[in-house]
Design a protein around this ligand. Sequence first.
Ligand code: IVH
Length: 681
Amino acid sequence: MAEEKSLEELAAEAEHLREQIRHHNYRYYVLDAPEISDAEYDALMRRLEALEREHPEVATPDSPTRRVGAAPAEKFGVVQHRRPMLSLSNALSAEEMIEFDKRIKRLLRSEADIEYVAEIKLDGLAVELVYEDGVFKVGSTRGDGYNGEDVTPNLRTIRSIPLKLHASGGHRVPRLLEVRGEVILPRKAFQKLNEERAAAGEPLFANPRNAAAGSLRQLDPKITARRPLDIFCHSPGVISNGHKYETQWEFLHGIKALGLKINPESRLCRSIDEVLAYWERITAKRDELPYEADGVVAKVNSFALQEQLGEVSRSPRWAIAYKFKAQQAETRVNKIVVYVGRIGSLTPVAQLEPVQLAGVTISNASLHNLDEIRRKDVREGDTVLLERAGDVIPYVVRVTKHGHPRKPPFQMPRQCPVCGSAIVHEEGEVAYFCVNVNCPARMRESIRHFASKNCLDIDGLGDKLVAQLVDKGLVRELGDIYTLRAEQLAQLERMGARSAANVIDSINRSRRTTLDRLINGLGIRHVGEHTARQLAQHFGSIDRLQHASEEELLAVRDIGPEVARSIREYFAEAHNRRALQKLLEHARFEFLPMPEAGGRGPLRDKTVVLTGTLKQWTRTEAERKILAAGGRVSSSVSRKTDFVVAGEEAGSKLRRARELGVKVIDEQELMRMLSQQGAEG
Ligand code: IVH
């Protein structure tokens, strides 16, 4: 036994560890320049965790071990901004920028060139962070500029927001430091999030900004913690009893030295011409930026001059946003139609007079939901402005000309446009649903999903064939697929005897499958590939899954209340049970053994999390290989995780792993582990 340490010694040791970890977090998350290896970092984190666990009295609320912790809130509190959060006026051309510069010189009665800081205008969500004596106390959204929402627990989950600032560069930490910044969701993370949502039948986010806002405005910080949000700090609020910054440029570098993250693209410009050149340069590389930006902000560098210039109608006279030229086109909305998705949700879509936009012909644009249509007041016959930013799908910005005579506002149909059944809408929800589980539109989508690669993988059962099968009444529910005969198929359009036989072959082959593929194939809301696998592993049979109570479902790894409820609802529906029964009777599935956790193999009983982009395999391939080697794949990193496989551009999960001291390996290492299978298995 080591000699007993006094409480003071332990507290000092904990504080020393916290300081080291904060320093390395800063190197890693803010500067992107780590000084120590992951293993060394892990060791520090583990020591601190152990110390705080064994001696809770030395733990502190600002400890790096305590990012996620707060319980879900009922609603957000209100935070009053000590100084209002202003907005920026816009310039749309170089002429307007030159005009802006001239006005400033006029107001200052000066001919001399004005120094500006040029920054990227990030398309995210404005927040304010309040630090008291260097400790992150309160974080809020912009709100109406005067009062915002208290989102402190959510902001604490963002790794690039330090929970504690550190004095450096000869500057002490101010008594009070308010900084404003932009919370963003990087483009890649946005795409991934939407892919996951699509697979689980959840509504998609229209753009990264909405996704960032939706992620930050979560009552449950655990959900926020799963989204790889990032921040760039860009402006001061109230700062007291600290170094007095004279310029924006000095401020940016000052807060960077305190541990806050600033955008590395910002530049000091000696004149408006340099700002214009900066805009040209950023415009050229805008699509390569890992996040969405909608322009460049020019700010008068000197705070003294800023003060002299003041503000008008809540916009400062000393700053302006020079917007990027959007890739835009105008066209007419011929019709607004409603698409019915797999789970019966209705999506309004504008059918457009075809138009060229950034090299692609556009004839449809999703209007997302009724709220969105109402807000923009888009009606049939109107001319609309379409826009395409980066790699995001084109969307309707606004109506530019009313049709005449103007059509009445769009209404969600009361009856399903495809089957005529009632449409339901829950109070306070944006989504509308067709109630008919047999709706042909839903059926088409359901079959497409059922037959897709990650489900029953029925080759040849493509969109055109599915549409014909449903329209001709040959397939009214999933089970009908397995009673189809080659002669029936051969009579359909674009089908010969040969292709009909091939499809029947694929259908027959799909009878040998694994339970997770079938569960995924059922198309239960919120149940995608990953959840299906967890369910299959946990319950082992459709019968047990079907009869599982909500409580039993909640006991399954990674399954929360929403998913559990959705599964219960699915099986509570008599029609679904009957259809499933028929499917099982007709298909007579032969379930192949699911590569089971706890089985043999080099990854026996290991829980693995995949993150980032893998090069050798797709996610699904990697997951299957891990399962085949006896491991488990989980979607979130916890203390129970054995290791994290980090691909390129790994984000929050990698960080979480580092914080928790979970082992991190790369793809090569995973391949090495898997290749030991032969030796053991
Ligand atoms: S400065 C008065 N800098 O744009 C100064 N704002 O319309 C206002 N924004 O709500 C903030 N990137 O959230 C500033 N580099 C940047 C910015 C930026 C994005 C947002 C900001 C604000 C809005 C102003």
